[in-house]
Design a protein. Structure first.
Length: 204
């Protein structure tokens, strides 16, 4: 079982964020873009990929499995709805690692059948980023998930802040993902450094 590149996992929506947070020491970053025209989308993903290579960041692309395959992106993140249309064999053949979202036991069963490289559980706390039909899971659910998936890496997401990072790690998360706590922060680069210190990760 391969371990994840870092205990902190910022999720961002532009290539520029990959450059900024990568320069601050983040080494595992997800590019999550919604609603961009196709030509702009591809250009943004390519720019993010170039910034990721520049900083030695392991890049995760959200949703767009065909582009991940075509561009040779390191990881792909898929939710349960994304799984309906994704070609998992093509993704595997391309050597792309896979993360899958889960919010319930049923979703975990489906995710595990995909033989992912990590499973994400959320929302651990309420999130304002998107509406979802699932209430907060709490950190106890992280511990339950870890006991169910064993060595398979577990990612925590949803409403996570610097103060909530340690409780997630202590509950069994291998890496902790957040959007707002990085991109809405007054000092995003400083926040990456604070998260790395709190996670006990040496600054690269
Ligand atoms: C690390 C991580 N966990 C969960 C998600 C959510 O994925 P999904 O359910 O497909 O929803 P969207 O992000 O596509 O709106 C994620 N992106 N990353
Ligand atoms: C994109 C996403 N997926 C979630 C899930 O539970 O699957 S929670 C979430 C948003 C996380 O944003 P923030 O860190 O700002 O709360
Ligand atoms: Mg998705």
């Amino acid at each position: 079982m391969t371990s994840l590149p870092q205990k902190i996992y910022p999720v961002v929506d532009t290539a520029l964020w990959v450059d900024r947070l990568g320069s601050a020491g983040a080494r595992f970053i997800q590019l999550r873009i919604k609603d961009l025209p196709e030509d702009e989308l591809l250009a943004e993903i390519r720019a993010a990929h170039a910034f990721a290579k520049k900083h030695g960041v392991c890049l995760v692309l959200n949703d767009y499995w065909q582009i991940a395959v075509a561009e040779g992106i390191d990881y792909l993140h898929l939710g349960q709805e994304d799984l309906d249309t994704a070609d998992l064999e093509a993704i595997r053949k391309a050597g792309i690692r896979l993360g899958v979202s889960t919010h319930s036991h049923e979703e975990l069963t489906r995710a595990l059948a995909c033989k992912p490289d990590y499973v994400a559980l959320g929302p651990v706390w309420p999130t304002r980023l998107k509406k979802m039909p699932f209430g907060p899971q709490g950190t106890e659910r992280l511990t339950e998930w870890k006991s169910l998936i064993g060595d398979l890496p577990l990612v925590a997401i949803g409403g996570i802040t610097l103060e909530r990072l340690r409780p997630c790690l202590d509950a069994g998360a291998d890496s902790v993902a957040a959007v707002s706590d990085f991109t809405q922060h007054a000092d995003p680069e400083g926040q990456v450094k604070a998260w790395l210190a709190e996670a006990g990760e040496a600054a690269p």
